[in-house]
Design a protein around this ligand. Structure first.
Ligand SMILES: [Cu+2]
Length: 273
């Protein structure tokens, strides 16, 4: 009873961040299921321990052994079968959750693979971690190395996560989405996510990665990272247009500056666009 109450309280209080993706909903279920089991077991073990200490206490200075009890078959079967059922149920639930959460993992790492797994209109985002920020590429929208990420709500996202060559290992973590993936320079891993709630969500680097590691958290003061914004589809389209235009303008300015420096006033193309 004590355990069930403890479990209920933990589930109601819910110390975890808000749930803002389909994946997070599934993990939340798994978490609640395991909290309930662990709490009940904790209550049971504690109750038996306290009962044993209270009612089966030995006499002072009594160093003799207890009676040798052996062979209560039904009890032995029970304490083997019950934990087996519990552990197997956790395995089965975890397996289902992990499988549903990540049709885009491991074997399926391209957009085609993900779409073959039944998702359509997948948004591709390449995340690159480095000291001390994240760059986001949206190849379908011609957006490169943006330090801000804006994504539409209710759309499947395929995140390809890696680290900048020559950099150290980081870990890309979005608590409200319940996704976390290590970034290893030169290695690309993918993870699927479908945000279900609009809003701003924290991005955290979960690996101690250098002197400014703490700043690789969008929610600390003086951080270098911006929060991920989940917006409506129209707002997303607008952001992609604006960001693309900004990036093209910057590229043109860079080109103009480079041209001016070396060629002494060479004309640049496309300035009037
Ligand atoms: Cu980092």
């Amino acid at each position: 009873v004590l355990g069930a109450v403890l479990g209920g309280v933990l589930i109601l209080v819910n110390p975890l961040p808000s749930v803002a993706s389909e994946e997070a909903t599934r993990f939340q279920f798994l978490w609640q299921y395991m909290i309930l089991i662990c709490s009940i077991l904790f209550g049971l073990v504690t109750a038996i321990l306290v009962a044993s200490l209270t009612w089966f206490r030995g006499q002072r200075r009594d160093m003799s052994d207890g009676p040798p009890i052996h062979g209560i078959t039904w009890l032995e079967i029970a304490w083997t079968a019950v934990p087996t059922v519990i552990v197997v149920s956790i395995v089965v639930f975890s397996w289902i959750v992990l499988n549903r959460n990540n049709p885009s993992s491991a074997a399926a790492s391209t957009k085609q693979d993900v779409e073959a797994a039944g998702q359509t209109n997948v948004l591709e985002v390449n995340v690159v971690g480095y000291q001390f920020n994240w760059d986001y590429d949206l190849p379908q929208y011609d957006i490169n190395a943006s330090t801000e990420l804006v994504v539409p709500v209710n759309r499947d996202i395929l995140m390809r996560i890696s680290g900048r060559l020559g950099d150290v290992i980081h870990s890309f973590w979005v608590p409200a989405w319940r996704i976390q993936m290590n970034t290893v320079p030169g290695k690309v891993v993918s993870i699927g996510v479908k945000p279900t709630k609009e809003g701003d969500y924290a991005v955290v680097c979960a690996f101690l990665c250098g002197t400014a590691h703490a700043q690789m958290n969008s929610d600390v003061e003086g951080g270098t990272v911006s929060r991920i914004r989940v917006v409506s589809n129209t707002e997303f389209e607008q952001w992609t247009r604006e960001t693309r235009a900004e990036q093209q303008e910057e590229a043109q300015q860079d080109e103009a500056a480079a041209g001016g420096a070396e060629g002494g006033g060479e004309t640049t193309t496309g300035a009037g666009e």
